[in-house]
Write a protein that binds this ligand. Sequence first.
Ligand code: C5P
Length: 123
Amino acid sequence: KESQAEKFQRQHMDPDTSTVTASYCNEMMKRRNMTVGQCKPVNTFIHEPLPDVQVICFQGNVTCKNGKPNCHQSSSKMRITDCRLKKGSKYPKCDYQTQQLQKSIIVACECVQYETVDFDGSV
Ligand code: C5P
């Protein structure tokens, strides 16, 4: 079974892409299995090396949106792509808006290896 840490990497990690095209989210949301059964409404991809994302677990501690205490905000801005389902897009045609941004990100961490398990947002 896919672990929470593996799921985080499938859904959010894309370190080897630096510039994205307009069709990036349509392709990646499909390739990473987030358009199965329904179109996932919002998803962020991170274009930074995995170790740079894992160390966020040792940076500023913040409360997660769900009230849990194990979220951490990156001290530096990260290269990310924000994917948002376009209004009017109907499953199984998942049509996304692709937006490349540089923002601080918030992730949830768990202490198996103290690794990132959830993407909580960008600020
Ligand atoms: O904020 P919400 O609880 O609706 O987020 C649900 C999921 O959407 C998160 O677990 C995360 O996978 C994804 N998300 C994201 N980037 C955001 C907001 C949410 O990837 N900025």
